[in-house]
Structure formats: structure tokens, C-alpha cells
Design a protein around this ligand. Structure first.
Ligand code: SF4
Ligand code: SF4
Length: 477
């Protein structure tokens, strides 16, 4: 496309490749620890076995076909899906709270994109070497060495991406069985499709797109600034210290001593560029807070390493707030933060209470409406109901079915008043109530079906309301 001056101009900015340098420091170590923990949980959890009286022996299993999720001892049914809503609400509150308090720590330490890109960069570095070697390789002509190193890098990325995709698939079926089915070609098609999709997306996102995902694709990068305020913790370059009166200055023999630098008006930044070289998004933190910054704090480690080597105090780049940089005090205890804490606690307590007090016995009543009321040969009126009793517990349970609030009616369950239901099963029972119109005063009577567990005394009976109808003309006879 031509611009106003008539020159050809690309619609999209060409990506400038980034070759981050490795760095050592406490934030890098913290990030590795979180990464090992996250990978350990993600890759090993599908293989963790779990003893259950009924159901699969896998600790975490999302059984789509059976419409239930197994999470250790908790079995989540389709109708419990509002727990997921509760969980997502808590996650959203937590994200708002943490972002307001500590900026984009989620991006820098916990986001999948960061965790997987870190490993892909590590593989790249192990195969191709440190930053200068990678730049040289990138600029060199294609030869056997370049083909080998670049090829091996991509193969290793695809290997990690495949393990990632496969592990995700294993959460949706019995892991050992699913793996053997996939090897023999007997696995269901969605298992192959999911693995392939996750393999490709991981390879593209963490291997090829990398920082572009954070910069252009992630919506959080765009709206997180709405949660920031002047008290929010950010990774910041201390400009007044780094620049002094005359600006940053390279380290020379004459300008090595910090006091001499200060006397001559120079700041503590020796303009070594290490903070820029380690940045996974390729930005210069000395230009101020930028939306591309994922707050990974690697530039803090880099600058601290430089400060140590020249004998200057650490913290030229550090976690701080805008207020501190302006000589004010950071305020944590303010209405917004307290409000978030209250909201998180209230929603968490409600969710835990809902899970802890969940019913393992469920009763649904559906009145048969065609016909709503039937007049029998002996003059009595009959209403019919379909009862659905679900045993969501882990033991076979016997139940007695009775009614309350309809003394004039006779309950007919087809010659039985007790049923036995296996764990995780449900049973449909046809119930009929008959009454002599002469004993009934109104055309509509509200009553309850009651289902009482018999062999598990710790379980409470459940009730469900229903209506008994008698046509008005029957009452008037
Ligand atoms: S500027 Fe620093 S904290 Fe921000 S992304 Fe780059 S290295 Fe990480
Ligand atoms: S690492 Fe520190 S000293 Fe070096 S350029 Fe960055 S801010 Fe300046």
C-alpha cells in the first residue's frame, strides 16, 4: 500500500526477531521454581491414580460422555456447573485484586504463554547457544550447521508441544488406556484432533509467535492498565538515579567511581544494555512503563548483576510504584483493595459451603399433564407423576418414597414403596395419587413427595413439592 508521500508501506509492522540473553538472579530462580511446579502438576496429574468405590481410578478426569467431572473425591455433575461460574468469578476478582496491587505478575510468572515460551527459549539456547551465537546463526547463510541447529530446535519444540497436547487430552479419558489406544489407532477421533490442535497451537504460540501473543493477541495486555493506579507495583527504572543531571554514561576508567560520576552529574546507569538484552518482549524499560512489559522482572536481575559487578547499590531497576518514584508513600489499605478482599472471601466461602453441603440425593418431580386428572371407573380422581431419583453418592442406597400434606390421597407406586439405587445412577419411578372427590375441599392441593434414605442414616430425606388437581365439576357433584 502506498502512503501519502507515494512510498510503499506495509500494513503490518515486520517482526524484529528477539534473542533474549540468559540471566541469573532471584526472580529468574523464582520463575524456574514456578515453572517446574506448574509443569509437574500439568504433566503428572493425569497419571495420578485415585481409589474410588465407583467411577474411574484417575484423580482428575473430565468425563464428557458420563457428564461428570472427577476431581479427587469431588464428583461434579452437569447440574453443578454453577460451581464453575463461582470459580471463574473468584479467579476474576483475584486477577483484578492482584493486578491492582502488583501489576502483571500473572503474565510474568504464571501465564501459560510465559511458562511455555520460557522452555522453548531454553531449548533454543541449549541447541543454538547464547544470544551472540544465536544472532550470528540467524544472520549466517544457510549451510549444514544452520539446517541442523534450526531443525533440531524446531523438532525439540514440536516434541514439547506434542507432550503438552497429549497431556491435555489425557485429562478427558483414562490416561493409560487412552495412550495405548492412541498408539494402536483405536482412540476416538476427538482425542487425536485435540492432541493435534494443542500441539500446533503450542508450537505456534510459544515457538513462533512468542512475545507477539502478549503484545498483539492478549486482551489482558490492553485492559490491565484500567486496573492500575499510582500505588500499583511495577517494574520500573529509577530515572532520577540512573540519569543524574547529564544522563546515563558508559563506564570508563575515569567514571568508574560512583561518587565521581555523581560529582560530574552522571547517573548510575552505565548504558550496558543488559536489561534490554534479557527482555523477552524486547523493550527498553528505561523508556518507562510500556504495555509490552509482562513484569517478568528479568531486567531487575540483569541490572542487579551489573550493579554488583561495578560495586553500585542494587535496585536501579526494581519493583516499586509510581508514587514511590515521585517521593510519596504507597498505600495498600484502601477501599478498592479491601472491597476486592471482601468479594473474594465472600465468593470463596459461598463456593466452599455449596460444595461441602451438596446433596448426594436428588429428587425431581414431573407431573404427567395429558391428562392432568383422570377419573377412574370407581369415581376416584387420579394424578400421575414421574419421579427421578439420583444417587450422587458412592454407595448403593435404599430409599422409601412417601407423601406429605395430602392425607386424603392414596399413593400407588405399583406395589413397592422402596427402591434401591446404585451409586452415580438414577431411577425413574411412576407415582400415582388417587383421591375420592367427596373427601377433597379444593381443586388444587399442594403436597410433597418425600424420599428417605434407609441404609445411610447420615443422609437427610429430600422433599419435592407437587400439585394434586381435581376438576371443579367433580367437586360440585
Ligand atoms: S521490561 Fe523487564 S519486566 Fe518488562 S518484560 Fe522486559 S524484562 Fe520483563
Ligand atoms: S542493566 Fe542497568 S546499568 Fe545496564 S543499561 Fe540497564 S539500567 Fe543501565
Amino acid at each position: 500500500m502506498a502512503n501519502e508521500a507515494g512510498h510503499d508501506q506495509d500494513l503490518y509492522k515486520k517482526r524484529i526477531p528477539i534473542f533474549p540473553r540468559s540471566v541469573k538472579g532471584k526472580f529468574r530462580s523464582l520463575k524456574w521454581s514456578i515453572l517446574f511446579l506448574a509443569y509437574g502438576v500439568y504433566f503428572l496429574l493425569p497419571w495420578l491414580r485415585w481409589e474410588r468405590e465407583v467411577g474411574p481410578q484417575q484423580a482428575i478426569l473430565f468425563d464428557i460422555e458420563g457428564r461428570r467431572f472427577y476431581i479427587f473425591d469431588l464428583v461434579v455433575y452437569a447440574q453443578d456447573i454453577f460451581w464453575l461460574a463461582g470459580f471463574l468469578i473468584i479467579a476474576a476478582w483475584l486477577l483484578f485484586f492482584v493486578t491492582g496491587l502488583a501489576g502483571r505478575v500473572f503474565c510474568g510468572y504464571f501465564c501459560f504463554q510465559t511458562l511455555w515460551t520460557d522452555v522453548f527459549m531454553l531449548l533454543e539456547r541449549l541447541i543454538q547457544g547464547e544470544r551472540p551465537a544465536r544472532i550470528r546463526l540467524f544472520k549466517s547463510d544457510w549451510d549444514a550447521n544452520k539446517v541442523f541447529k534450526i531443525g533440531l530446535t524446531h523438532i525439540s519444540w514440536i516434541g514439547v508441544a506434542f507432550l503438552t497436547g497429549l497431556s491435555f487430552t489425557l485429562y478427558w479419558g483414562d490416561a493409560p488406556e487412552l495412550v495405548s489406544q492412541m498408539v494402536t489407532g483405536d482412540a476416538p477421533f476427538p482425542a487425536y484432533a485435540t492432541t493435534l490442535f494443542l500441539t500446533l497451537s503450542t508450537y505456534v504460540m510459544a515457538g513462533l509467535a512468542r512475545e507477539q501473543v502478549c503484545t498483539y493477541m492478549c486482551p489482558y495486555a490492553r485492559f490491565q492498565s484500567a486496573m492500575f493506579d499510582r500505588d500499583t507495583l511495577i517494574v520500573a527504572y529509577d530515572e532520577s538515579r540512573g540519569e543524574g543531571r547529564k544522563g546515563r554514561q558508559k563506564l570508563t576508567k575515569a567514571l568508574k567511581d560512583i561518587d565521581v560520576r555523581h560529582e560530574q552529574g552522571y547517573g548510575d546507569c552505565i548504558d550496558c544494555g543488559y536489561c534490554v538484552q534479557v527482555c523477552p518482549t524486547g523493550i527498553d524499560i528505561r523508556d518507562g512503563l510500556q504495555y509490552q512489559c509482562i513484569t517478568c522482572a528479568l531486567c531487575i536481575d540483569a541490572c542487579n548483576e551489573i550493579m554488583d559487578s561495578v560495586g553500585y547499590p542494587r535496585g536501579l531497576i526494581r519493583y516499586t510504584s509510581d508514587k514511590v518514584l515521585q517521593g510519596e508513600k504507597t498505600r495498600i489499605f484502601k477501599l478498592k483493595n479491601i472491597g476486592y478482599v471482601v468479594a473474594i472471601l465472600a465468593t470463596s466461602i459461598a463456593l466452599v459451603w455449596s460444595v461441602a453441603t451438596r446433596d448426594v440425593l436428588e429428587l425431581a418431580v414431573n407431573q404427567i399433564r395429558q391428562p392432568l386428572a383422570q377419573t377412574l371407573a370407581d369415581g376416584r380422581v387420579q394424578n400421575s407423576y414421574e419421579l427421578k431419583i439420583s444417587n450422587k453418592g458412592t454407595h448403593t442406597t435404599r430409599y422409601r418414597i412417601t407423601t406429605e400434606g395430602i392425607d386424603f390421597g392414596e399413593l400407588d407406586l405399583a406395589n413397592f414403596d422402596e427402591v434401591s439405587i446404585a451409586p452415580e445412577k438414577n431411577l425413574r419411578v411412576m407415582a400415582r395419587i388417587r383421591a375420592n372427590p367427596a373427601t377433597v375441599e379444593q381443586s388444587k392441593t399442594l403436597f410433597h413427595f418425600v424420599v428417605t434414605p434407609l441404609n445411610q442414616t447420615e443422609l437427610k430425606p429430600v422433599e419435592h413439592e407437587a400439585w394434586f388437581y381435581i376438576p371443579q365439576k367433580q367437586l360440585e357433584k
